[in-house]
Write a protein that binds this ligand. Sequence first.
Ligand SMILES: NC(=O)c1ccc[n+]([C@@H]2O[C@H](COP(=O)([O-])OP(=O)(O)OC[C@H]3O[C@@H](n4cnc5c(N)ncnc54)[C@H](OP(=O)(O)O)[C@@H]3O)[C@@H](O)[C@H]2O)c1
Length: 257
Amino acid sequence: MTIALITGASSGIGTVYARRLAARGHDLVLVARATERLNALAGELRSAHGVAIEVITADLTDAAQTEPVAQRLRADPPIDILVNNAGAGLSGGLSHADPVALENLLRLNSLVPTLLTAAVLPGMLERGHGSIVNIASVLALLPEYSHGIYAATKSYVLTMSQSLHAEVVSRGIYVQAVLPVATRTEIYDRMGGDISKVPDVMEVDDLVDAALIGFDRKELVTIPPVPDAADWDAFERARMVLALGFSNSKPAKRYRS
Ligand SMILES: NC(=O)c1ccc[n+]([C@@H]2O[C@H](COP(=O)([O-])OP(=O)(O)OC[C@H]3O[C@@H](n4cnc5c(N)ncnc54)[C@H](OP(=O)(O)O)[C@@H]3O)[C@@H](O)[C@H]2O)c1
């Protein structure tokens, strides 16, 4: 029996991951702030699937509350799947942003997935297997569509996933970055938005089921709404064509006059 730890399991995408992974027979560690919701989900999944469930209440914008989650990731019995899902948005642009809100968003969306990954990796590498799923966003690739720093926090998650994949894939570790499109969850209400104004919203069950198909196929990057995988391959090829220029030790001719 393997164990998955899911951050942000109390609603939305994280709750559906918990339901699907429990249905697959994984024991779970559920993390979020809303203890009652986590306990209710734990009860539901224990009786539906007979799996063992631990609950950790933590505000992941608080370093002291994040540490017990990191400790659980280092402890036994080992965590085989880490789903870095907890995240939030922040309305408004950067020009009038509250510094505390900016720091909290950077911590929750970018720093915490980094620290939790660093906590779980050594054990996974020692065991020679493990999976790390990072929930990014299509906005990682479309920063112009989002004011403020949300897209940048998600670009970070995508870049970290790609670097980590390069570092550990040959040592038995699977890394997946999932890039959801607009998905019907509580995230819009929480940031004072109105989901009814968002066109083409994906249902959360569909999003997670697609992400898990990408997981089973060991995709590095899963973008559920994109119809043709060749489009991502073409995007990656274009990146590598650009990178050919990075090997020049002198500035390009167009910058010499
Ligand atoms: N929905 C979309 O359109 C969409 C699109 C692209 C990417 N995403 C990403 O998907 C992930 C999941 O979001 P969602 O759409 O499922 O939204 P959601 O329903 O609002 O769920 C967010 C989860 O994160 C937890 N969380 C928020 N702040 C936290 C904190 N300070 N400490 C600990 N946990 C915290 C929440 O639990 P508590 O409130 O109980 O702490 C909740 O379980 C996020 O990373 C989000 O950026 C969502």
